[in-house]
Design a protein around this ligand. Structure first.
Ligand code: ZN
Ligand code: FE
Length: 211
């Protein structure tokens, strides 16, 4: 199988949607489309038609593009089964019991609640789409869950292979790292990492994916 092609699509102020293309099957998914326009532009630039829309959770900055993109392309909307009522245009609800496949690829769905009560991650090949649960050097806010719930969700993600590439919902790395430095100002690894992060952000480059 050819490798998946994954492209970052910056949306709104600091969101990332991800265009995921399977060259074998000619499928193209967008993960967490905040808004339709940047997604349309990315599709046009590559000459691709959208076949799937994947949502990690119901928040508007992750689903705002669902309806317009579904209407335009007839794409299938896949999202958390336990949050069907809050995912615009949902066609396929998935959870840890579902065996959902993207083309010939098995997609591991992890239930990782706390940011929202039905938040999920999609794991395909070496890529994990973690939405607003896990960011680079941080985690999402607890809107609908408890710290214990977030801990168990993060622990679930920790069990993935160390080489898993993390594609998260926002470019929050700089702020997360600054907060980490208030706790561990002498941490050498963190200081080195932050030099890279600051350089990347200074030239407006993404810090995602991370591991
Ligand atoms: Zn969110
Ligand atoms: Fe978000």
């Amino acid at each position: 199988m050819a490798a998946l092609e994954i492209e970052l699509v910056p949306c709104l102020r600091d969101n990332y949607a991800y265009l995921v293309h399977d060259p074998d099957q000619g499928l193209t998914a967008i993960v967490d489309p905040s808004e339709p326009d940047p997604v349309r532009k990315a599709l046009t630039a590559r000459g691709r038609k959208l076949t799937h829309i994947l949502n990690t959770h119901h928040h508007f900055d992750h689903t705002g593009g669902n309806i317009p993109l579904k209407e335009e392309f007839g794409a299938t909307v896949v999202g958390p089964a336990k949050d069907r009522d809050r995912i615009p245009g949902i066609d396929v609800g998935v959870d840890e019991e579902t065996n959902w496949t993207f083309g010939r690829r098995e997609v591991l769905v992890l239930e990782i609640p706390a940011h929202t009560r039905a938040h999920i991650a999609f794991v395909v090949d070496d890529a994990a789409f973690t939405g607003d649960t896990l960011f680079a050097m941080g985690c999402g806010r607890l809107f609908e869950g408890t710290p214990a719930m977030m801990w168990s969700s993060l622990s679930k993600l920790m069990r993935l292979s160390d080489s898993t590439r993390i594609f998260c919902g926002h470019e929050y790395t700089l702020n997360n790292g600054r907060f980490a430095l208030t706790l561990e100002p002498q941490n050498e690894d963190l200081l080195v990492r932050m030099r890279d992060v600051e350089a990347a952000r200074a030239r407006n480059a993404p810090t995602i994916p991370t591991t």
